[in-house]
Design a protein around this ligand. Structure first.
Ligand code: CTP
Ligand code: MG
Length: 335
């Protein structure tokens, strides 16, 4: 009887893996979409270089870190080596230039936390946010992209988690839940912690890539093609990992004391970071250390109401993964 139960269980996990993998595949952007993004970037480069020949444009965020699902907007960083530009003035001028080139809905949001110009390209239908000199975001984009090349299970897990977070309404920083960037860091950390580990800690290895941005030294091992077999001792499937991820955040993470840190590849203590009490608007109820801006807690947007929502969602997901015979329906049910 045990053998029979065991075989049934294996078959269920096999089916579930297949379901998760098809969801993952269906979310991957088509090549055509990537080509359109390139086309828009080329147009923007042309317009920007007319006015500012030394400026450079970089893609960052999900269109460049390999965690972007299809039909995402693109994030562009305009890097200009001029210490004393006035960002608002610059953005207004940029908006002017773009407006006169038939781009639609051009809007300068100069008062936002990260000031940007928003626009939509009528030719490709792609929307785009342009920020100025946010070079750290370009570097953390590279770090995430490098991690994604080590083991395909990271990209699979992160797609499933992001898809879950969007379906359940817990991917809204303005409502006190977490950014996509925070969820990807949670996935990387989780895979660094598996036994055997599925991901290494790139910032803890020999430095092969190093840049200094805003006085922060960003250094890590980036020859990831040499790490293709890193996770091969761990045979866990995507279904097992999704189950374990939600189980960790529902029942095993120590919210009172722990900070997750992909920089160190381990858990560090809130005490050590002085994140034990509320400071201004930063409550530190769930702590996710930024890999480069280490004073930056990606969980700082979470307040005493939204932490409850978030933890209930983790518990709901863990429950579904444990007991629902067909978890993919309930897991992604719109809230
Ligand atoms: N970012 C950051 N610090 C944050 C939030 C975001 O540095 N607190 C940067 C990261 O480089 C991140 C990018 O901004 O990759 C975009 O963030 P976000 O919109 O959260 O992630 P996307 O990957 O673009 O996700 P989505 O597919 O939901 O647009
Ligand atoms: Mg984005």
């Amino acid at each position: 009887r045990n053998l029979k139960r065991h075989m049934e269980c294996r078959r269920d996990i096999g089916t579930l893996n297949f379901r998760f993998l098809s969801i993952y595949e269906s979310l991957i952007p088509e090549e055509e979409e990537k080509a359109k993004q390139k086309q828009l970037l080329t147009l923007l480069e042309k317009l920007v270089s007319k006015e500012w020949p030394k400026a450079q444009l970089f893609l960052y965020g999900s269109c460049a870190n390999s965690f972007g699902v299809s039909k995402s907007d693109i994030d562009v960083c305009l890097a200009i080596n001029d210490a004393d530009i006035d960002k608002s003035e610059f953005l207004l001028k940029l908006a002017d230039i773009l407006q006169s080139d038939n781009l639609q809905n051009v809007q300068a949001l100069t008062r936002a936390r990260v000031p940007i110009v928003k626009l939509k390209d009528p030719v490709t239908g792609i929307s785009c946010d342009i920020c100025i000199n946010n070079v750290l975001a370009v570097v953390n984009t590279k770090l995430l992209r490098d991690y994604a090349q080590i083991d395909v299970r990271l990209r699979q897990l992160a797609f499933i988690v992001k898809h879950w977070a969007k379906s359940r309404g817990v991917n809204e920083t303005y409502q006190g839940t977490l950014s996509s960037y925070a969820y990807v860091l949670m996935c990387i950390h989780f895979l660094q912690q598996r036994k055997p580990a599925i991901l290494p800690c790139l910032q803890g290895m020999e430095t092969t890539y190093s840049v200094t941005v805003d006085d922060i030294q960003c250094a890590f091992f980036d020859q990831v093609e040499r790490l293709r077999h890193f996770g091969s001792h761990n045979k866990e499937s995507i279904a097992q990992l999704v189950w374990a991820f939600f189980n960790y955040w529902a029942y095993h993470h120590d919210y009172a004391n722990d900070v997750i840190s992909i920089r160190t590849g381990s858990i560090i203590s809130k005490r050590e970071k002085d994140w034990t009490r509320r400071k201004g608007n930063d409550r530190h109820l769930i702590c996710i250390e930024d890999p480069f801006e280490t004073s930056h807690d990606l969980g700082r947007v979470v307040d005493k109401f939204s932490i409850k929502v978030l933890r209930e969602e983790f518990e709901r997901a863990a429950y579904i993964m444990q007991y629902d015979p067909d978890p993919c329906v309930a897991l992604f049910e719109p809230y």
